[in-house]
Write a protein of this length. Structure first.
Length: 362
């Protein structure tokens, strides 16, 4: 397994036309942010960014199939933002919000398996809900405005994704969007069910640790806990977790430099678009390198227009919560691997001494 782990850590995939989805994502996030500056509401930039997450999906699909999937994802992201904003008003402060986020993670993990979108899993939806719940409490008009900005940004992302396909009709994918049945996903013994259980356990454990310790930005731990389960196979999952830690450390150094500049709104937009482009260009090539862009992007989306942010405390919170989340995910992964190893000989009717381990399916 050690050789396979090292190979996964240093793997460098082909470019595979990543510049096209990167360009779409850059446009999808840049235009809404420019409009917010022009309208004098740059404090809502985070919500525009959450809606622009829609552009991350369907990169391998063509119109109109991509538009159908992105429309669904945009609606779900908008709903998650609304739920996160409402969760901030629950009694019990962090504990009530934690319960909502864990439940939301379970629901989104099931939907992710049913729809089969890529990137896999509920990570961006947890991010949207968690970040929204951590923002200053909004009144009813403020919630409606934030949800409206998210929905508009998501709709724009769908239009950006559809633009090229509408012009090139010969490239249309005319088949319907295929989805799995929920009962198949939740069937006893299915790999999907095991993954869903692991995701919920990891998120709940990470949330309990951060809430119990009274750490701020605890939703970052929930996001990190989901990360290892976004790829198949124990070796790839362990590698993804390790890359998340290493890449976050390096990415925080980049983020510290950018945040120290105290950039004006227009320069922040440029930095966000550049980070978005870099993340999309490298995320399929090497996840650790992509985090050099993903980490500053996450920090910038969470801080524009907020003012008075303690940068050092924010960077430290990102590092600590990420480490907690990855540790929770890897612990669940280790327990699952050990349990599977124990039951495998019994399942094949052989003794432990006779059993020959299967190669890890990566």
């Amino acid at each position: 397994m050690r050789h396979g782990l090292i190979e996964e850590l240093i793997r460098w995939e082909a470019h595979a036309g990543a510049h096209r989805p990167a360009f779409r994502c850059g446009v999808a996030v840049g235009v809404p942010l420019v409009l917010l500056v022009l309208l004098g509401h740059f404090e809502l930039a985070g919500f525009a960014g959450f809606g622009a997450f829609t552009a991350f999906y369907g990169r391998s699909l063509r119109f109109p199939l991509r538009s159908r999937q992105q429309a669904l994802i945009g609606a779900l992201l908008t709903a998650n933002v609304g739920i996160g904003l409402l969760a901030a008003h629950l009694p019990g402060a962090s504990w009530g919000t934690l319960g909502v986020l864990v439940l939301l993670t379970a629901v989104m993990a099931v939907i992710a398996e049913v729809v089969g979108w890529k990137p896999a899993g509920p990570m961006f939806f947890v991010f949207a809900a968690g970040a929204s719940s951590a923002m200053p409490a909004h009144d009813a008009p403020g919630i409606l405005l934030a949800v409206g900005v998210t929905a508009a940004s998501a709709a724009f992302s769908v239009l950006v994704g559809a633009a090229g396909g509408i012009v090139r009709r010969d490239g249309w994918q005319r088949r319907p969007l295929r989805v799995a049945r929920v009962r198949d996903v939740l069937a006893r013994g299915s790999g999907s069910r095991s993954t869903l259980v692991d995701v919920v356990l990891a998120v709940a454990f990470a949330g309990l640790l951060t809430a119990g310790a009274g750490l701020g930005h605890g939703y970052w731990a929930l996001i990190a806990a989901v990360v290892p389960f976004s790829v198949p196979g124990p070796t790839k999952r362990l590698a993804r977790g390790l890359l998340r830690i290493g890449g976050t450390c390096a990415g925080l150094a980049v983020a510290a430099g950018v945040l120290a500049l105290d950039l004006p709104a227009w320069a922040v937009i440029v930095a966000i678009v550049v980070a978005q482009l870099g993340a999309e260009l490298f995320v399929m090539r090497n996840y650790g390198i992509a985090l050099l862009f993903i980490t500053p992007l996450a920090m910038l989306l969470g801080t524009p227009g907020s003012g008075g942010v303690d940068t050092c405390a924010l960077l430290a919170a990102r590092l600590v919560t990420t480490a907690i989340g990855i540790a929770a995910g890897i612990l669940v992964l280790a327990v699952r691997h050990r349990a599977t190893s124990r039951t495998a000989p019994a399942a094949t009717g052989r003794t432990a001494a006779e059993a020959v381990p299967e190669p890890a399916r990566t």
